[in-house]
Design a protein around this ligand. Structure first.
Ligand SMILES: C[S@@+](CC[C@H](N)C(=O)[O-])C[C@H]1O[C@@H](n2cnc3c(N)ncnc32)[C@H](O)[C@@H]1O
Length: 232
């Protein structure tokens, strides 16, 4: 994917930069989030990995324009609850428009690293961990939020580890550099794709450490990683 995965920043982007970036590009981002080839399958797989039952509560951290929310709603049914959390107002407005037909889908402004939700059966975060300064810490909080037996699912784009990775990664690297939200600091102090890889590894590694059972999938030539964990 282009902007979808790649614009999780690997650089030193501050929260304000990220909110400006996503705020300005909300409509375009929304188009990519829904129409990128293969994205429907990926979002279906991510929702399935949450292992939801009808009536469950699921929280999506960094829900953006809400592209995952209908898939989650389908899993929990009319008796369940879906909460989308994001800190960027314009993307949340779009998410609200697109889920207006559901009275059990709630879109709230908040920080994914200090979620405004106390309890849930599952947490989903797609293309978000790479934007967090301490993604492993955030994953810990999400595991605590769902508690033992709950599920946390992470989907992220990072460098492919497949044997055919080098050419795929050359393209991925260019996309990350071009789509990293500009910062108020020097843009290339640290290479954005290296930082992104470190953050994704840290987040998925912490989820593996915290889980009693784990499922892993890779998509898009190995660039997209999905890790689902049942918390111990
Ligand atoms: C690459 S987009 C992904 C959106 C959505 N999950 C998807 O798959 O289309 C990342 C989103 O995370 C949000 N975000 C990043 N850091 C956040 C934080 N600390 N708290 C809340 N939202 C955050 C951004 O505002 C943006 O909407």
């Amino acid at each position: 994917m282009t902007a979808d995965g790649a614009d999780e920043t690997g650089g030193d982007t501050g929260e304000e930069d990220a909110q400006d970036f996503y705020g300005r590009w909300a409509r375009l981002y929304d188009l990519l989030a829904r129409k990128t080839p293969g994205i429907t399958t990926l979002r279906t797989r991510a929702a399935a990995a949450c292992r939801l039952e009808p009536g469950d509560t699921v929280v999506e951290m960094g829900c953006g324009t809400g592209a995952n929310l209908p898939y989650l709603r389908e899993r929990v049914g009319p008796e369940g609850t879906v909460v989308g959390v994001d800190f960027t107002r314009p993307v949340l407005e779009r998410a609200r428009e697109l889920t207006a037909e559901y009275d059990n889908v709630h879109v709230v402004r908040g920080d994914a690293t200090a979620p405004p939700v106390a309890d849930a059966d599952a947490v989903l975060a797609t293309f978000v961990a790479g934007m967090l300064a301490d993604p492993a810490d955030a994953v810990d909080d999400w595991c605590d939020l769902v508690g033992a037996g709950g599920h946390v699912v992470l989907v992220n784009a990072a460098r492919s580890r497949k044997w055919y990775g080098p050419p795929v990664n050359a393209v991925f690297r260019a996309v990350v550099v071009l789509s990293t939200p500009p910062t108020t600091k020097l843009r290339y102090e640290t290479s954005p794709h290296d930082r992104l890889d470190e953050r994704i590894d840290a987040a998925h590694g912490r989820l593996r450490d915290r889980s009693a059972a784990i499922a892993h999938e890779s998509h898009a030539l190995g660039v997209v990683r999905l890790t689902g964990g049942r918390v111990r």
